[in-house]
Design a protein around this ligand. Structure first.
Ligand code: UD1
Length: 354
């Protein structure tokens, strides 16, 4: 039987693994999971494993936080050591998306000649200042199987000369949303998550270094929030807590602890609009038919911009306020597959790999 070693480390990767691991097991592919420990707070990690019923990782490398070089370097060393301790190399190594954990996994595998399976391949922001952009490009160019969320990804890879084993399967996060949103509805009471009695609200998440490491940019975002007519609910990533404490928080802005996937689903389903710099949330907003305001200059998820469902503002107060006041003027069409990406991935792997 063929075996896959999966590397995860950051919050969105736990969600993706929840559906992909189940699908791998269903077709009889043996999987072992390494948690790098890139995310380690209870609300950033354990909550997801418990809630999504993920198979326990074989090991948590407890890499923790640090500069990008140090974090990635320690992961490289520890992932390689783990593989050296196995009776034999896995037949493939699977990575998701574009985090430092993704790149570390891909580099170790390529040095050991283990074929890499990359899920969420072919995405580009064309902004090389983002650590994720470098992580994606390098991972794609080292991979053997590349699963894209849309045709755009396939085309981009072709432009870069990658055409072998490239598949447009749709997005596994859509599978996750369809699998878990009803369960989340049943399990989570919105009243317990919202810091006020139910009323209309905007859901915000801001955590990109470009927005949060600059006082000017973060203040522009806070200013924009203060000018909005509805309350704003913002589950705060731990990287931003300290900084926010030192800034003036508008009265209508409600900062809450990071939330689990189920709580996020419920917050998303009941909000009026989403204001974010997250990649995943832009897609989730789209699937839930919520207009999204993206506090960045560019997006990898360009398809969501069609019809005004997603608007790019950068960290610009006026642009954010204006975008929140606007509504989509185009029809909602289905994007990023049909919620069966995991089945398509395992089908390809069974045909080509087993
Ligand atoms: C990482 C990914 C980003 C992804 C995000 C998902 C990279 C380069 N970035 O960003 O692409 O969108 O995860 O959430 O891999 N921290 C804690 N506790 C934790 C985790 C982080 O306190 O459990 C704090 C630390 O101060 C740390 C900082 O957050 O230095 C940043 O964490 P890190 O994992 O380096 O990047 P993220 O911003 O989470």
């Amino acid at each position: 039987m063929k075996s896959i070693l999966t590397i995860v480390g950051a919050r969105p990767q736990f969600v993706k693994a929840a559906v992909v691991s189940k699908a791998l097991a269903e077709v009889g592919i043996e999987e072992e999971i390494i948690h790098t420990g890139q995310h380690y707070d209870h609300e950033m990690s354990t909550v997801f494993w418990d809630e999504l019923n993920l198979p326990a990782p074989s090991v948590n490398l407890e890499v923790g936080s640090g500069s990008h070089g140090k974090q990635t370097g320690i992961m490289l060393q520890k992932i390689e050591e783990f593989i050296f301790g196995l009776p034999q190399n896995p037949d493939a190594l699977l990575v998701y998306g574009d985090t430092n954990s993704t790149l570390a996994g891909a580099l170790v595998a390529s040095k050991l000649h283990i074929p890499i399976v990359h899920i969420e391949a072919g995405l580009r922001s064309f902004n090389k200042e983002m650590p994720e952009e470098i992580n994606r490009i390098l991972t794609d160019h080292a991979s053997e199987f590349l699963f894209c969320s849309s045709e755009q990804g396939v085309d981009q890879l072709a432009k870069e000369g990658i055409t072998h084993n490239v598949f447009n399967v749709g997005d596994v996060m859509y599978d996750a949303l369809l699998t878990f949103s009803e369960i989340a509805d049943k399990k989570i009471d919105l009243k317990q998550v919202l810091p006020f009695n139910k009323e209309e609200y905007y859901l915000a998440t801001i955590h990109r270094p470009s927005n949060t490491d600059s006082d000017t940019n973060l203040n522009s975002v806070l200013q924009a929030f203060s000018k909005l007519s509805k309350p704003v609910v913002w589950p705060v990533h731990p990287r931003n807590k300290k900084k926010l404490k030192s800034l003036a928080i508008p009265k209508n802005l409600h900062l809450i602890e990071p939330v689990s996937y189920f709580k996020m689903m419920v917050l998303l389903k009941n909000c009026s609009k989403v204001i974010t710099d997250s990649g995943g949330l832009q897609k989730e907003a789209y699937w839930m038919k919520k207009p999204c305001i993206t506090v960045r200059q560019e997006t990898e998820w360009v398809e969501t911009l069609k019809g005004g469902w997603n608007q790019l503002t950068g960290a610009n107060t006026k642009a954010i306020v204006k975008a929140v006041q606007q509504n989509p003027d185009g029809d909602w069409t289905s994007l990023y597959g049909d919620g069966k990406a995991t089945k398509k991935i395992t089908k390809v792997l069974k045909e080509k790999f087993i």
